[in-house]
Design a protein around this ligand. Structure first.
Ligand code: KIV
Ligand code: ZN
Length: 552
C-alpha cells in the first residue's frame, strides 16, 4: 500500500455550501491558485449543475489553475496544476455539466454520488437498493466514457449497511471508478466505527486493490478529524477536507488539522502528503476573508490563539524551552506574527517583493493601488505585518467588479446626539450620490445611508469586527453576511447538490481599515455589490429596479 495520502480539497464545493460562503468566480480562482501553491492534489471546484454561475466558476478554475501553460504564468517554480474535479449527482445531465466544466484541465475528474443508506434511499431517492446498484453502474460507466478519472461516493455511507456498500462499490469499480470516496455525510460515526468501516470495505470489496479509497467526514459531533485519521490508519489514501473546516452545518474535516496531525505524528502514521505546511496560515486567512467566515480564536492550527501562550506558567516554560508547551513550531504553518514586514519608509519594490513571497503577483496598476493603501496604513501604524498586507490586498483587489464604489464617508457620534453618517458613492452610471442618515449607532447610520444609495433591500445577518494584529493601532477587519430580501427582488437562487432544493443565497462581504467604521462600510458595500453581481448587474449597466441609482 502506498505511503502517500492525497489531499482532496473541497473548500470551493462543500465549503462553499456553508451559509453565506458564496464566492464569486474570481474569488474561486484566487483561492484555487492558493490551493495549488499549498500543494493539494485535487481541487473540487464546485457543483456545475447548481447554476450557470457555478459552471462558469469551475470552468475558470479548470482553465487558470488546472492547465500547466496557465499555471506557469503565475505560479512559483515547483507548483504543479492539481487535478480539477466537478461534482455531479448520478444523472447524465449533471455528469455532462461537470464534464463541460472540467474538461479543459490537464487532469480533469468527475465526482458522482448516490445515497446508499436506507433512510436516504427510501425518503430522498425513493429507489430500491437494486435500483441504486443499477444507477451506480450506469452513471459511473457514463462518467467513465467521458473522463478517465472518475470518483464515486455512496452518500451517507456512515449510516449505510456495510454489506450493501461492498456490493455498490464493487459495481462502481467494475463500471470504471478510479477513486471510491466514503462519506460520513451527517457526521454520525465514531472513530473506531469509521476506521472499522474503511477496513471492512478494503477487506471485502471485490476489485478494490486497484482503486484509491478516500474518506470524507463531517463534524456534527466534532469528530471529523478523528474519523478521517482513523480512516487513513485503516488504509484510506485520500482525505477530503476544507480549509478552516468550513462546510455544511458544523463543517467538514479541516485540511490543516489532518495535514499537521500527519506531519507532527509522522512516526505513528509513517505517511506523507504533498502539502507545503508553511502555506497553511495564508491559505486559511484568504478563505476566511473571501467567505466572510471568521475563524474561532481557539481553532486548532489557524486560530489566533493556536500559538499564543497567555498563562504565566506556560510563558515561563516557553522561555526555558519552546517544546515544553509547543508541539509544532509556528513557522511550520507559515506564522510569523511578530515579524515586522515593512515600515512607512519602505518603497514600492520592497512591497512588491514581500507580496511575491506571500504568493501575490500584482500588475503595476494593482501594485500602485495596494501601495497607496499601504502608505496610508503605515502612516498610522508603526508595524505593518503580513496579516495587515493580506487584508489590504484582499480589500483592494479581489472585490467583484464594483457596481457601487464607496468614495467618502463621515460619521458623527458620541453621547451628545444622534449618530449621523454622510456617505458619498459612485453609482453604475458614474455619477456621485451623497446621502445622510441617522441611526442607533455609527454603523447603523452608515448602513442606512448606504441603503439609501444602493437601494437593494436586504437583511444584515451577521457583523463581525476583529483586529488583524495586536495593539491600539491595529487594522480592523469587518466581515458581514446579508440576505437579499426575496419579497422585493428575485433573489438569486442555486440548486443544492445534496438537498435538491433551491435556496436563497447569502452574501458575505469584507472590509479592512484602521478606522473600524470605514471597514464596516466597505464590508457592507462589498456584500451588496456581490449580491448585485449575482442579480446580473454590471458596473457598466443601468441598475435594475431594485437597485436604481437615485439622482443626486
Ligand atoms: O457529505 C457528503 O456526502 C458529500 C458527498 C457529495 C461526497 O459531500
Ligand atoms: Zn460533504
Amino acid at each position: 500500500m502506498s505511503n502517500y495520502v492525497r489531499i482532496f480539497d473541497t473548500t470551493l464545493r462543500d465549503g462553499e455550501q456553508s451559509p453565506g460562503a458564496t464566492l464569486t468566480s474570481s474569488e474561486k480562482v484566487e483561492i484555487a491558485r492558493q490551493l495549488a501553491r499549498l500543494g493539494v492534489d485535487i481541487i473540487e471546484a464546485g457543483f456545475p449543475a447548481a447554476s450557470p454561475d457555478d459552471l462558469a466558476g469551475v470552468r475558470l478554475v479548470a482553465e487558470e489553475v488546472g492547465r500547466e501553460e496557465n499555471v506557469r504564468k503565475w505560479a512559483p517554480e515547483g507548483v504543479r496544476p492539481p487535478i480539477i474535479c466537478g461534482l455531479a449527482r448520478a444523472s447524465a445531465a449533471d455528469i455532462d455539466r461537470a464534464w463541460e466544466a472540467v474538461r479543459t484541465a490537464d487532469r480533469p475528474r468527475i465526482h458522482t454520488f448516490l445515497a446508499t443508506s436506507e433512510i436516504h434511499m427510501k425518503h430522498k431517492l425513493r429507489l430500491d437498493p437494486e435500483e441504486v446498484v443499477e444507477r451506480t453502474r450506469e452513471m459511473v460507466a457514463y462518467a467513465r466514457s467521458l473522463c478517465a478519472d472518475v470518483e464515486f461516493s455512496p452518500e451517507d455511507a456512515g449510516r449505510s449497511n456495510p454489506d450493501f456498500l461492498y456490493v455498490v462499490l464493487a459495481e462502481a469499480i467494475k463500471a470504471g471508478a478510479t477513486t471510491l470516496n466514503i462519506p460520513d455525510t451527517v457526521g454520525y460515526t465514531l472513530p473506531d466505527e469509521f476506521g472499522g468501516l474503511i477496513a471492512g470495505i478494503i477487506r471485502n470489496t471485490p476489485g478494490i486493490a486497484g482503486v484509491t479509497v478516500s474518506v470524507h467526514c463531517h463534524d456534527d459531533l466534532g469528530l471529523a478529524t478523528a474519523n478521517t485519521l482513523a480512516g487513513i490508519a485503516a488504509g484510506a489514501r485520500q482525505a477530503e477536507v476544507t480549509l478552516n473546516g468550513i462546510g455544511e452545518r458544523a463543517g467538514n474535516t479541516s485540511l490543516e488539522e489532518v495535514v499537521m496531525a500527519l506531519h507532527t505524528r509522522r512516526p505513528i502514521f509513517k505517511l506523507d502528503c504533498g502539502v507545503r505546511t508553511e502555506q497553511i496560515t495564508s491559505s486559511s486567512r484568504m478563505v476566511s476573508q473571501y467567505t466572510g467566515i471568521v475563524v474561532q480564536p481557539n481553532k486548532a492550527i489557524v486560530g489566533a490563539n493556536a500559538f499564543a501562550h497567555e498563562a504565566g506558567i506556560h510563558q515561563d516554560g516557553m522561555l526555558k524551552h519552546n517544546l515544553t508547551y509547543e508541539i509544532m513550531q509556528p513557522e511550520t504553518v507559515g506564522l510569523s506574527q511578530s515579524r515586522l514586514v515593512l515600515g512607512k519608509h519602505s518603497g514600492r519594490a520592497a512591497l512588491r517583493a514581500r507580496l511575491l513571497e506571500m504568493g501575490y503577483e500584482l500588475t503595476d496598476e494593482n501594485l500602485g493601488e495596494v501601495f497607496n493603501r499601504f502608505k496610508r496604513v503605515a502612516d498610522k501604524k508603526k508595524n505593518v505585518t503580513e496579516a495587515d498586507l493580506q487584508a489590504l490586498v484582499k480589500d483592494e483587489l479581489y472585490q467583484p467588479r464594483e457596481i457601487f464604489h464607496l468614495e467618502d464617508m463621515q460619521v458623527v457620534c458620541g453621547t451628545l446626539g444622534m449618530p449621523t453618517a454622510t456617505v458619498r458613492m459612485r453609482g453604475p452610471d458614474g455619477a456621485s450620490v451623497v446621502r445622510a442618515a441617522m441611526g442607533t449607532g455609527p454603523v447603523d447610520a452608515c448602513y442606512k445611508a448606504i441603503d439609501e444609495i444602493m437601494l437593494l433591500p436586504n437583511k444584515l445577518l451577521e457583523y463581525n469586527l476583529h483586529a488583524v494584529t495586536e495593539g491600539i493601532d491595529a487594522l480592523g477587519e469587518v466581515s458581514v453576511r446579508i440576505q437579499v430580501d426575496a419579497r422585493d427582488v428575485s433573489a438569486p437562487q442555486r440548486l443544492s447538490a445534496q438537498h435538491e432544493q433551491l435556496g436563497h443565497r447569502i452574501f458575505g462581504g469584507h472590509g479592512a481599515s484602521t478606522d473600524t467604521i470605514v471597514a464596516g462600510a466597505r464590508a457592507y458595500v462589498n456584500a451588496i455589490n456581490k449580491a448585485m453581481a449575482a442579480l446580473g448587474m454590471h458596473s457598466d449597466q443601468q441598475a435594475p429596479d431594485a437597485a436604481r441609482t437615485p439622482t443626486a
